[in-house]
Design a binder for this molecule. Structure first.
Ligand code: ADP
Ligand code: MG
Length: 255
């Protein structure tokens, strides 16, 4: 399969995602404050922090679901334009998976994964169907292809949502609390798909409360509070020796 999962020889290339001095307000609320962030190709970054700290907003700015007030965001060396065709094209390179699966309820599972390929990517239907079947297989829901989303469990639906995002051949995948809406017994099947994706070399930004996932799959943990990246480190160092009081306080509440 030719997706960006095939690692090309870019080990020491420029970072895939670069945010420079990004600021965003919602009215009087300074929700992102001077965010500087570089994400390397193949890196798995887990973003944690208290509710309201700006994690979702940060994710959403990376594919321009939110505009920014100042600063720059580049993906693979190209600045994210404000609007237009170029934006649509670049946005398609950033896959996003939300807490709510957002599948098209009146389309089959297969069609959910085919649609974007045909409409956004302009891929021929036959080829899009073949890719969709392969991706559904890969996330373990190949047998559900002809069903409608409501006929699937939450964990299965979220895996379809991951397949749908992958079908666009993204350069980076953003996951915003992908398991938060799931019943506990379904969390692992989704995390397992994400772990495999990470192992296959996908560049990922993951907002999650699953600290086991952060420890085992992340290359780097970013801790956000009040719109700032307060602290970042390897998972090992972050979880065993957080430096900031905010991080210590946060970890004492969740661990
Ligand atoms: P997190 O994902 O870390 O919980 P968010 O990025 O969702 O945080 O939100 C950060 C802050 O911005 C919160 O105070 C939230 O209420 C506020 N916020 C988020 N989206 C909007 C919006 N569309 N309009 C106004 N305020 C918003
Ligand atoms: Mg959020």
């Amino acid at each position: 399969m030719t997706t960006s999962l095939d690692k090309d020889s870019r080990a020491d290339a420029a970072p895939l995602v670069v945010l420079r001095n990004v600021n965003k307000h919602f009215g009087a609320l300074h929700v992102l404050q001077d965010i500087d962030l570089e994400i390397q190709q193949g890196e798995v970054v887990v973003l944690i922090g208290p509710s309201g700290s700006g994690k979702s907003t940060l994710c959403r700015t990376i594919n321009r679901l939110e505009t920014i007030d100042s600063g720059t965001i580049t993906i693979d060396g190209r600045p994210l334009p404000a609007e237009g065709r170029e934006l649509a094209r670049l946005r398609a390179e950033v896959g996003m998976v939300f807490q709510s699966f957002n599948l098209f309820a009146h389309k089959t599972v297969l069609e959910n994964v085919v649609l974007g390929q045909v409409k956004v990517r302009g891929i021929a239907r036959d080829k899009a169907v073949a890719t969709a079947e392969e991706l559904l297989e890969r996330v373990g829901v190949g047998a559900q292809a002809a069903k409608y989303p409501a006929q699937l469990s939450g964990g299965q639906q979220q895996r379809v949502a991951i397949a749908r995002a992958l079908a666009m051949n993204p350069k980076v995948m953003l996951f915003d609390e992908p398991t938060s809406a799931l019943d506990p017994e379904m969390i692992n099947e989704v995390l397992e798909v994400m772990r495999r994706l990470a192992a296959d070399g996908m560049t990922m930004v993951v907002v999650t409360h699953e600290m086991g996932f952060a420890r085992s799959a992340a290359n780097r943990v970013l801790f956000m509070a009040d719109g700032r990246i307060v602290e970042q480190n390897t998972p090992e160092a972050f979880f065993t020796a957080p430096r900031s009081d905010r991080a210590k306080d946060f970890l004492s509440k969740i661990l």
